[in-house]
Design a protein around this ligand. Structure first.
Ligand SMILES: [Zn+2]
Length: 321
């Protein structure tokens, strides 16, 4: 059995693990903060150190290569990260810098593509043929898996599902466009909508959760208050389900997938999100597409990106996962 090191480069954390080629084992799972403010050289050095630590824990196994998932946009053919506002990188040859330092062949793909590919390989979408997913955190990423392979489009932009417009005159998004799904349903967007509601005088206990400091309201705080039965927090979660429902209905109508997998912190909202989300999608999308589609939370929080990055290497190097 061969093994592949999967590397998930995030804006906040780096996660690395060594994965068996059949996905049956994940060894040496290690993680550290990214500390991107220290610059690209320091981040690359930390990634290499983590990979070495992971491989040391997989001692005795044949390590055949490295799969890297990184925020983009990036070029999967040249292995260059073109631009990452969160990490501050421009034209960064990430694949070769890591591959050369470790003396192993490497592949590079978008982090959200990797997370959804991981959920398809080993998680909530196992066994499905066509899968589309969203990773919801600071932003909203997406991944499209068709017939067991990631769909990249012509220039590796396919799957930027967080930037589909759901309101052509809507909120401004960090990408410069208006009305993107991300501007409504990312973690910070959920928090912003809650803070705006508190400031507008809605009756809610939310300020008590943050000792009156509204800037400390996060999406997690909103879910906590919703679980405690706060009516306004529940409304914020239901609105999130409505916005996400519009986005997922678009996905369902365009791709007719078997599974739509939703990953990230938003899944902490549980049934309070997924029940209204599914009914919103039923209301908006074509019935024959809705009937065959499961809308489910991811099953590999923290490791989907590692599995998926390794799976990208396996798929591209050996032809199948
Ligand atoms: Zn956008």
């Amino acid at each position: 059995m061969r093994y592949v090191v999967g590397i998930d480069v995030g804006g906040t954390n780096l996660v690395v693990g060594t994965v068996a080629e059949d996905g049956s084992e994940l060894l040496g799972l290690v993680s550290e903060p990214t500390f991107s403010e220290q610059g690209a050289d320091a981040v690359v050095a930390r990634i290499v150190k983590l990979a070495q630590a992971s491989m040391a824990e997989a001692r005795g196994k044949e390590i055949a290569g490295i799969g890297i998932g990184s925020p983009g946009p990036l070029d999967t053919k040249t292995g260059v990260v073109l631009l990452t506002p969160n990490l501050g990188w421009t034209n960064m040859p990430l694949r070769d810098r890591i591959g050369d330092a470790l003396g192993l062949p490497a592949t590079l793909d978008n982090d959200a593509n990797c997370a959804i590919f991981g959920e398809w390989w080993r998680g909530a979408a196992r066994g499905a043929r066509h899968v589309v997913g969203l990773t919801i955190g600071t932003g909203i990423g997406g991944g499209i898996v068709l017939d067991g392979d990631i769909y990249h489009g012509v220039s590796d932009i396919a799957g930027e599902l967080g930037h589909m417009s759901i309101d052509s005159n809507g909120r401004r998004c960090k990408c410069g466009n208006y009305g993107c799904l991300e501007a409504y349903a990312s973690g910070p967007a959920i928090a912003s909508r809650a803070i705006e509601g508190v400031a507008a005088g809605y009756d809610t206990a939310l300020p008590k959760y943050v000792n009156g400091d509204l800037t400390k309201i996060t999406a997690q705080v909103v879910y906590e208050a919703a679980h405690d039965g706060d009516a306004f927090a529940l409304e914020v979660v239901r609105d999130t389900a409505t916005f996400l429902g519009a986005g997922v209905a678009n996905i369902v109508n365009i791709f007719n997938p078997e599974v739509v997998v939703i990953c990230g912190g938003v899944t902490l909202a549980g049934a309070k999100l997924f029940v209204p989300l599914r009914s919103e999608v039923r209301r908006r999308a074509f019935k024959p597409a809705v009937e065959v589609c499961r809308i489910v939370p991811g099953e590999l929080p923290g490791t989907a990106g590692v599995y998926g990055a390794a799976a990208v290497f396996i798929r591209r190097t050996w032809g199948s996962v």
